[in-house]
Design a protein around this ligand. Structure first.
Ligand code: UT7
Length: 333
């Protein structure tokens, strides 16, 4: 009997309506469209507006989109893993809130926090529940409301991030399709370059932390760039090599969308032409946990059963990794 693999069998996505353009950023801070475009490749990003709206609201929209495309009831979902860096609250887990809001009353859930690599960490975790036979329908949702932790006075950080959510359904596959391999890595010493200074147990929220703007993303961009550009390319090359994949046999690279220069370096290392690289950074920016599923959502109807797809990501922590997927279906849209 063929072994059970966890296969993605559907993708849903959601981005908020509000478009924050480089032109609008020019009115908010000392920057230019030319600088942002040439340094990052970003033209615009989406922002979730509205009192009381959080990551769970975007995740629910992405999941509704996924379930309606698949014609599946929310009650059929057994497990939800939410990858997020901007949970609705410190606790409970955003996955719990998503299950409640989306009517997934038979599911249990939890959050994974691995910053921008969260989606592939959660995907690998979720796949174990399928491979073991424990569950047959698992949703992995990557979501972030990055605007909620953005200091729009910090021009070197705030210009790259945006809000959005993407969700995938994982089901068992016994025909050799699905997640074939993944390499996941962490190096906690990298935390000094990218983190949120206050709001955790080390430095709980206080009047001082708010006054000092310590609840926003702190990033030393150049240091992060150097690690990202090397490690994302290395890990993508490593997963190709150990699965005997070549630039001809890889159909698609799905890279984390942090900076177009990092994406290009990864594609170059894999010797992939631009046509095989999913890039939507120009319109969504860096949605952190949302980038990879939002790419798959946008490209879903170009994907074919049997396509060899490499997902690659790098994020705060540091965290990084790559996943090799043999795509399981032709377009359902
Ligand atoms: O997804 C999670 C992982 N994160 C990443 O992968 C992000 C990696 N890092 C980056 O993508 C880049 O470092 C940034 C896009 C964030 C910043 O680009 P950079 O080329 O590294 O800029 P920098 O921060 O080193 O600043 C270079 C110069 C500085 O001016 P001086 O000191 O050379 O005069 C900055 O003040 O550019 C200036 N600058 C800006 N100028 C206009 C920084 N931000 C801006 C801006 N507009 N928005």
């Amino acid at each position: 009997m063929q072994k059970i693999q966890a296969a993605i069998t559907g993708v849903g996505g959601y981005v908020p309506d509000y478009v924050l353009t480089n032109a609008e950023l020019e009115t908010m801070m000392e920057t230019t469209d030319e600088w942002i475009t040439s340094r990052t490749g970003i033209k615009e990003r989406r922002i979730l507006k509205g009192e009381g709206k959080g990551s769970s609201d975007m995740a629910v929209e992405a999941i509704k989109n996924l379930l309606s495309k698949k014609g599946i009831s929310p009650k059929d979902i057994e497990l939800v893993i939410c990858a997020t860096t901007t949970p609705d609250m410190q606790f409970p887990a955003t996955a719990n809130i998503i299950c409640d809001k989306a009517g997934m009353t038979n599911a249990w859930g939890f959050d994974v926090n691995a910053a921008c690599s969260g989606f592939i960490f959660a995907l690998t975790t979720a796949s174990q529940f399928i491979i073991s036979g424990r569950h047959k329908k698992v949703i992995v949702v990557g979501v972030d409301k990055m605007s909620s932790i953005m200091n729009y006075e910090d021009r070197a950080v705030s210009i790259i991030f945006g809000d959005g959510a993407g969700a995938v359904l994982l089901e068992p596959n016994e025909e050799g399709y699905g997640i074939v391999d993944s390499i996941l890595k962490t190096d906690g010493s990298g935390r000094v370059f990218l983190h949120q200074k206050a709001g955790g147990s080390v430095k709980p929220a206080s009047i001082e932390t708010v006054m000092n703007k310590e609840h926003y993303v702190y990033q030393e961009g150049q240091a992060v760039f150097k690690f990202a550009v090397k490690n994302m390319a290395d890990v993508a090359a490593e997963i190709m090599e150990r699965n005997n994949l070549t630039s001809d046999s890889v159909n698609w690279l799905v890279p984390h969308q942090a900076n177009k220069r990092i994406i290009n370096a990864t594609a170059d290392r894999m010797k992939l032409p631009t046509e095989k690289v999913m890039i939507n950074i120009e319109k969504f920016g860096n949605t952190t946990n949302g980038t990879l599923p939002l790419c798959m959502w946008e490209w879903e109807n170009k994907l074919h059963k049997g396509d060899n797809i490499i997902l690659a990501a790098f994020g705060g922590g540091f965290t990084w990794g790559a996943t090799y997927i043999k795509w399981a279906y032709d377009s359902i849209t």
